[in-house]
Design a protein around this ligand. Sequence first.
Ligand code: CAA
Length: 383
Amino acid sequence: MLFQATPQHEEFRAKVREFAEAEIKPIAATLDQENLFPDEIVQKMGQMGLMGLPFPTEYGGSGLDILHYSIGVEELSRVDGGIGVILSAHVSLGCWPIYAFGTEKQKKKYLTPLAKGEKLGAFGLTESEAGSDAGGTETTAELSGDHYVLSGSKIFITNAPKADIYVVFAVTTPDIGTRGISAFIVEKGWEGFTFGDKYDKMGIRSSTTAELNFNNVKVPKENLLGKEGQGFKIAMATLDGGRIGIASQSLGIAQGAYESALDYAKEREQFGMAIAHQQAISFKIADMATKLRACRFLVYSAAELKENHESYAMESAMAKQYTSDRCLEIVNDALQIYGGSGFIKGIDVERFYRDAKICTIYEGTNEIQRVVIAAHLIGKAPK
Ligand code: CAA
C-alpha cells in the first residue's frame, strides 16, 4: 500500500514548517549548546494542537490521522531533532497507551490534559538491567489494599523530569517472565517519586532525559493500565507505534541536513565554480535525495497502515531501522560537503550529526528492529 498525502497534509506541513522556521530555528543552536528545554515552544505546540495530534477531539486531541503526526514530528526535527522527540515521546509513548488501553475515567483524567498540551507525558520502561531485554524489568509493584507499592528505578527516560504523567512498567507477579509485568499511570509529585540529574547528552540536547526513582510510591489501584500481567504487551504495542515517531524524527533530521548541505554546495565555490556542480558533491546530493525519498515512502506507509488498523509492527520496525541508518549516512555526507566549516559548533549540520545517532539506538536499537522484522518473516527462534 502507498501512502496518500492529501492537500490537507501538505497544508499542515507548511503550517508546522512555518512555526519551526520562525520560532525554533533562531534558538536551536542555543538550546543545544546550553542544554535547555524549550518550555515556551512546547506550550505553543500545545496551543497549535500538536501535542494531541492523532487523538479524538473528545479527549482534547486534534482528531487528525497518523500521517499528520508523522509529518509534524518530521517538520519539527527538520529544524531541531530534540524538539521532534519531545513530541514523539509525549504522543506515542506517554499518551497513546492511555488512549489504547485506558478506561474511560483514565482517558478523561489523564489523556485529555496531555492531548491539550496542558501536561507532558513520558514512558518508563528501560532499566539498567533491562534495556534491549525489556522483559528483564526489575521494578516491582506490590498490591497492598487499595494501592500498589512501586519500587525501583528507570533510566534514560525521555521528557523526564519535565513530564507530569508517566506510564511505568513493573513486575506484579514475579518469576513468570513478561506475563508478570503490569503498566501503571504515575503522576509526578507523588511521595517517593524522585528524579536523577538530567543526562548531559551528545545530541538532542533540547530534549530532557533523566532517571526515575520510585521509593515505595503508592499508586492507586485505579491507575493500573489495562489488566494485571498485560504490561509487556502494552509496552510492545506502544513501541510499535513509537517507532513511526522515531522514523519520522530521523527523516526530519536527514531532510534538514540535506537542505542545509545543498544550499551550502550551491554557494561555496572552489576551482572556479560552485562545489554543487562538481561530480564528487553532486553525486552525494543525488544519493541523499534518493535515500530521503525511499525513507519517506517507508515511514508514511507505516503511518498509513497504523491509521487503517492494519498490522504495522514489522513495517514500523523497518521504517525506524532503515530511516535512522540512512539518516546517519545523510548527516555524514552533509557534514562532508561542508568540509571544515561543518566541524565548527553553531553550524546546523554539526548539531544534526550529533542528533542523528540516538535514532539508531532508542525505541529499540536497530539490531532489535532486525530481531522484530526477522521474527515476522521467519518466526521466533526456539528458546
Ligand atoms: N505487540 C503485542 N504483544 C507483543 C508484541 C507486540 N509488538 N511483541 C511481543 N508481544 C508479546 C508476545 O506475543 C508474547 O506474548 P505471550 O506471553 O502471550 O506469548 C510476549 O509479548 C513476549 O514476547 P517475546 O517472547 O517476543 O518477548 P522477548 O522477551 O523475546 O522480547 C523484544 C522481544 C522484541 C526483544 C523486546 O524485548 C523489545 O522490543 N526490546 C526492545 C525494547 C525497546 O524498544 N526499548 C525502548 C525503550 S523506550 C525508548 O527508548 C523511548 C525513548 O527514549 C524516546
